[in-house]
Ligand binder design. Structure first.
Ligand SMILES: Nc1ncnc2c1ncn2[C@@H]1O[C@H](COP(=O)(O)OP(=O)(O)OP(=O)(O)O)[C@@H](O)[C@H]1O
Ligand SMILES: [Mg+2]
Length: 244
């Protein structure tokens, strides 16, 4: 079975410790979200898991056959159009026309319109750039997806649609997802497990399993679970929420 295992991971940038004793396991078909305060080390942890940074202490084992990453900042190539950016990961091993058609299909599915296909990143809105970034990560149908706040610049309608797309990818292709979000409701809607990462240094303070099947998580469920979270003293302390 494909899985990602993180064991006793410590990480430093120079002399400052960013992550301390991180342990978790992501299995096939699972979605794990990481929530925590800004600057706490979430992106760093995701990059380590994706092999984009070298582990200093501890171990990360990734046995998924393929993976892709949607970065927090969209990182599109400025000299390529929307469609050319989306095609990038498959262009080397797919015929141009096929790659082009696949990119158009996924772009349409993500709410981009024909007139946006030939635009360059500088002429797209922030939310559009995020959608191109997300489409580019999904075009390879990866077994493991690393998502760093992929929907933060989207309106609530689009956000909901793309969240559903993440869930569908799980059902259709068995995609597993390691997901960073600041949106607790999003984490509750999508995740099998939520890891609460405190900062200075980043440590997993708590791990919440959500066992209710994802298709049964209606708004009422999500709201009441969010309230439960916001009442949890660990969440209050981690985010330094002022209780009134
Ligand atoms: N290349 C780097 N060199 C030195 N320090 C870094 C580097 N990248 C990140 N850091 C530091 O590591 C810490 C964690 O950063 P990281 O980007 O992982 O936080 P984050 O939890 O993703 O925050 P946010 O929610 O704001 O995106 C921060 O203090 C940041 O300044
Ligand atoms: Mg980050």
């Amino acid at each position: 079975m494909e899985r990602l295992e993180v064991r006793e991971l410590n990480f430093y940038f120079g002399f400052s410790q960013i992550l301390n004793n991180i342990n978790f396991e992501l299995k096939q078909n699972e979605i794990i979200s990481i929530v925590g305060p800004s600057g706490g080390g979430k992106t760093t942890l995701l990059k380590l898991c994706a092999g984009l940074l070298d582990v200093t202490e501890g171990e990360i084992k990734n046995s998924f056959s393929s993976s892709s990453f949607a970065f927090q900042d969209a990182r599109l190539l400025p000299w390529k159009t929307t469609i050319e950016n989306i095609m990038l990961p498959i262009i080397a091993h797919t015929k141009y026309q096929q790659a082009y058609e696949e990119a158009c299909q996924i772009a349409l599915r993500f709410g981009l319109e024909g007139k946006d296909f030939i635009k360059y990143p500088k002429d797209l809105s922030g939310g559009m750039r995020q959608r191109v970034n997300f489409a580019r990560a999904l075009i390879t149908k990866p077994k493991l997806l690393f998502l760093d706040e992929p929907f933060s610049a989207l309106d609530i309608g689009l956000k909901r649609e793309l969240q559903d797309f993440v869930l569908q990818s799980g059902e259709e292709f068995g995609t597993s997802v390691l997901f960073i979000t600041h949106d607790l409701m999003e984490a509750i809607r999508l995740s099998d497990k939520i890891l609460l990462l405190k900062s200075d240094p980043g440590e997993i303070l708590k791990s919440y399993e959500i066992t209710t099947p994802k298709q049964k998580r209606d708004d009422e469920f999500v709201f009441s679970k969010t309230k439960e979270f916001l009442d949890d003293s660990d969440v209050i302390n981690t985010f330094e929420i002022k209780v009134r």
